[in-house]
Design a protein around this ligand. Sequence first.
Ligand SMILES: [Zn+2]
Length: 467
Amino acid sequence: MADIYIRGGWIITLDKERRIIKDGAVAIEDGVIIDVGKREELDKKHRFTSDIVLDVSRHIILPGLINTHVHMMQALLRGCANYVSLIDWLTKRIWPLQGNYTPNEAVVSAKLAIVEMIKSGTTTFLETGLVGRYGPDRIIEEAVKPSGVRAALARHVMDLTGYATQENVLHEGLIEDGDTSLKDTIRLYHKYHGWMNKLWIWFGPRTPGAVSTTLYREIAAKARELETGITMHLAEVREDVEYTLKNFGKKPVEFAHWLGLTGPKTVFVHVIWVTDEEIDILAKTKTNVSHNPCSNMKLGSGAARISDMLKRGVNVALGTDGGPSNDDYDLLREMKHAALLQPLRTLNPKSIRVEEIIEMATINAAKALGIDSITGSIEVGKRADIITIDYWQPHLKPLNNPLSHLVYSASGHDVRNVIVDGKLVMFERKVLTIDEEKLLNEVDKAAYTLYERAGICIEPDTVWRIM
Ligand SMILES: [Zn+2]
């Protein structure tokens, strides 16, 4: 007997054959998908025997989306850093704010990011870098675990204070030494890694300029020993190339490869300023790339060569990046921007297909996180991470091509139901695991207390006059 029976419209399975089932249905028992097929057939078995029947015949059913680049600590900073390029964005705005966080504010920011992700259909995410001052244990216990979603959480590891060619630019509130940051990552790993098959601890080395080569090698070795992942920003701006070339005579991907950081358990983020040879290294080593088009466009960082990477066999996934670089955590909106950016970059409308974009937000991302055996598609035997998207709305009609509509026309607001690990996390747009109203009431207070402490973002940045 199924716990949840979804009587759907279009099921986009992302299974090995990439089946699309019109008038389909899915049955879930004990957190596992036990049946996928035509509604007519499955109705006979499950319609009147299941505990919960979700009648969503006017919905598109999709595997839960997977966001491969999230800064939970930037949710409170939304709107705080416009019109600046990356290095100023970091050193003058973001780091002074992040370097002033208290653990209480960190929990609020984490919850805000997670609620937004749930409401826009994300069921798994990769956090790029927690540090000691945020209180990672409290974030895990009070925000991540109760939310019901899956998460791979990288903790930052560092022993220098620069960014690319700029030395001593990291905010004092964020500085940690190599020993502390490495040991604390290992501590978190032993405490949480693998919890309920929903939580994993990764290594999050800071960007070149903030980590010595010795420490990078230690991180690579330790991650391999513990069989966990590594995620790092790489080749995001031209200064990143300048730094590795000038100091090591290597381009960014060559540099990372030389240090042992490449491989199937690594997710490099942005990867914009790379050559064909570097793309070949990524393909050969099965290193994953997280593409974050909105952030790249907003900060004027550049347009990543995603269509070239896909052609050369690199596993590319999608990410939203953080509150003040996007400024949202809505992966459906990110899909549209990813689909638009490649034709603009190449002046070729055929450069990327919607199927590739949907793969980047689901199965490719599951592969990047090393969890494609449990999630990323709607298949019998996988854990049930499923979202339903209401297409009975003006902007999604006529429904001649659900794949095209998902990428070009839908947004996170269209997601109605979210199931993670066989449990309803959002039903009819009501989040069931976090008190959204209570959280929204806490957000402004936490944010403005933080802004005041950091002396940033207190007044809106506008050339207009506020009365
Ligand atoms: Zn980032």
